[in-house]
Design a protein around this ligand. Structure first.
Ligand code: SF4
Ligand code: SF4
Length: 254
């Protein structure tokens, strides 16, 4: 039977989600068995030719040429999956969406005029249709394996839409917010990490992005009662998922 052709791409990002593919370990061998690896610059230097059955895309659309690149990838791919916080939320680089790009460039680069950059960093879904989104910074090997198996079986991947708090409860982790008054974003953050940070007595900082129907304003009102001001609350959200956390706030108010 003909193997489905898989391509793995990168836009603006740190390569961490592509490294998660390489970290599949034993499953990586199975992946190479089950798919024809057509394009994966992190692991091979073969140029892309022809169409794909599945494209995994890491990174946000942050520089002008990437607006064409993502359209071209979409046109060549039967299915497209956005992989990680940059691809699903614009990433840490989306902090510039709320700032002045020219002043950022001037304070960072000796020749700012040479830097080609869009004034915003946006998720892939703002540019083309995306079949599924894999969350996290980086994504987990479990979610990646589940998504690839689901693709091969022709079903939807079973990804979690509920919050990190559910994982804390399942693992019997004492709540840092309730018992220690720590500002934990777990109640509004999508599960998938098995409550990694709370298990190490650190509050969640939202790297899996907003869960479905997240009541972000409700949680921030609680943080304000704990003594944080509005600016400190906003700073908690303004990390690798700043774009989708701000969007979730606006959507929950409308
Ligand atoms: S520690 Fe954080 S993630 Fe865990 S239950 Fe408390 S608020 Fe939720
Ligand atoms: S607890 Fe929160 S910050 Fe830590 S890995 Fe999980 S989602 Fe990311």
């Amino acid at each position: 039977m003909k193997k489905p052709r898989l391509g793995i791409f990168k836009l603006t990002s740190c390569d961490g989600c592509q490294l998660t593919v390489l970290n599949l370990e034993d499953d990586l061998v199975r992946l190479v068995d089950l798919f024809e690896m057509a394009y994966f610059p992190e692991a091979m230097d073969k140029p892309l030719r022809g169409t794909l059955d599945l494209a995994l895309v890491e990174g946000s659309v942050s520089v002008p040429r990437q607006r064409n690149t993502i359209v071209e990838i979409r046109e060549r791919s039967r299915h497209l999956i956005a992989m990680g916080s940059c691809a699903t939320s614009g990433g840490l680089q989306a902090l510039r969406n709320w700032a002045n790009l020219a002043s950022y460039k001037a304070s960072t680069y000796p020749s700012p005029q040479a830097v080609q950059a869009l004034s915003t960093s946006t998720p892939i879904s703002e540019h083309v249709h995306v079949d599924y989104e894999l969350y996290g910074c980086p994504i987990t090997t479990q979610a990646l394996s589940e998504t690839l198996v689901a693709f091969l079986l022709g079903r939807r991947p079973m990804l979690r839409g509920y919050s990190v708090c559910m994982e804390c409860k399942r693992h019997g982790i004492p709540c840092l917010l309730v018992s220690q008054g720590q500002p934990c974003l777990g109640p509004v953050t999508r599960a998938g990490c098995e409550a990694l940070c709370p298990s190490l007595e650190r509050p969640c900082y939202g790297c899996f992005g907003p869960k479905e129907d997240a009541n972000v304003d409700g949680l921030l009102a609680w943080f304000e009662k704990m003594g944080l001001n509005a600016r400190e609350c906003q700073a908690l959200l303004d990390k690798m998922n700043t774009y989708t956390f701000r969007k979730a706030r606006l959507e929950s108010r409308s």
